[in-house]
Design a protein around this ligand. Sequence first.
Ligand SMILES: C[S@@+](CC[C@H](N)C(=O)[O-])C[C@H]1O[C@@H](n2cnc3c(N)ncnc32)[C@H](O)[C@@H]1O
Length: 291
Amino acid sequence: MLLCYRSRNILPRFLRFIPQQQIIMSKYSTETLFTDSQQADCYAKFRPQYTDQVFQRIIDFCKTGCSDFDLAVDVGCGSGQSTVPLARYFRKVIGVDVSEQQILNAPTNIPNVTFKVSSAEDLGFVKAASTDLVTIAQAFHWVNEDKFFADVSRILKPGGSLVVYGYGICELLPKEADGVFQHYYADVLGQYWAEGRQMVEEKYATVRLPFPGWIRDDSLVIEKQCSVADFIGYMGSWSAIIQYNKVNPDDNLLKQVEQRLQAVCNSDTESVESKLTVVWPVFMLMGHKPK
Ligand SMILES: C[S@@+](CC[C@H](N)C(=O)[O-])C[C@H]1O[C@@H](n2cnc3c(N)ncnc32)[C@H](O)[C@@H]1O
């Protein structure tokens, strides 16, 4: 099946140079990623949670721009991982995601947070110069950069902040577990990752924000102790696993990974008993719209 984006102009940046007839929808399109309900469910349960330090860093940066905390818009919000913590700081927070399935998994009980199904390239429902902060967490590699930046510039107040952030490839402890993980991540699943994955691996090294004086902060990490079962749940939320399973429906890849991780964790008990330490490097790009 061919990719059916409306025009070449709105192709995500990593697809722009590929002739459209060569783009196979099932492999690269966000129209088939993040729409699977099982994946969205795994996403809500197992994706790493950003730490308080990440949000404090965002808030500290906002204070160096304009000092209002009226409205934050979190784009590519998934099921609210990057949206909900902003509710502590802003009078109103809007989470935006192109996947209805993700939004259906977002919490509905936070009075100052609303969610909207829409694309990063169409923030037309947000008033011009109304927004103090735009965030996009672990989603920028999916969007059309030029259209997104144009809309961000439109909705931000002068001095308002744009924070593009995410986390790179995790490392596991014990070290033997990391060896198993890296093997499946790169050797087995390598060809099933969408091309934007490279941007994540490089921690958005080639991304430039459209505002003068923007900065990077690579000082933070997310660290989590979890069971092998939880880590397998996290892998279940990966787009590459969904693609792998489509092509190899008879393999139970996650079961294989689970057994190998269990073995190196020296545990012959149930998978919930084995503990792993997982560390993700956080990268943040931050800029203010000029006043
Ligand atoms: C890896 S998830 C990140 C979710 C959350 N922000 C987090 O940090 O965990 C990427 C999200 O981007 C969304 N997405 C992909 N392309 C998008 C687009 N063009 N506009 C809005 N959301 C998009 C996907 O549906 C998915 O929920």
